[in-house]
Design a protein around this ligand. Structure first.
Ligand SMILES: [Zn+2]
Length: 99
């Protein structure tokens, strides 16, 4: 339990660090991957995505720019989902798991 808490503290710190940075994370393919995992390039609102959503076409632009294959983008999205789930869980420590 405390191991998970420690990991989410680290992830949360890294996420804040990349979000606050002046660095252009889209420019370099490895930077772009790191930003994509920690902060996400795509809209993460729970709604029907539309043309006004953040980064709706950004991922495909990044994939084109950096020559990312479909499975690479899928892995990035999977890694992002794992980080996001870990941070979402830590944001609600008092909530009981619904099983
Ligand atoms: Zn959206």
């Amino acid at each position: 339990m405390s191991e998970t808490a420690d990991l989410t503290v680290v992830l949360s710190w890294l996420q804040a660090a990349v979000a606050a940075s002046q660095r252009d994370y889209a420019n370099d393919p490895y930077d772009a991957y790191i930003f994509g995992v920690l902060a996400g390039w795509e809209c993460e609102e729970n709604h029907e995505h539309g043309p006004t959503c953040k980064g709706q076409t950004l991922m495909s632009t990044l994939a084109k720019t950096h020559g990312w294959r479909e499975d690479y983008v899928a892995r990035l999205r999977e890694h992002r989902a794992i980080v996001r789930a870990a941070l979402d869980d830590s944001a609600r420590p008092d909530e009981e798991p619904t099983t």
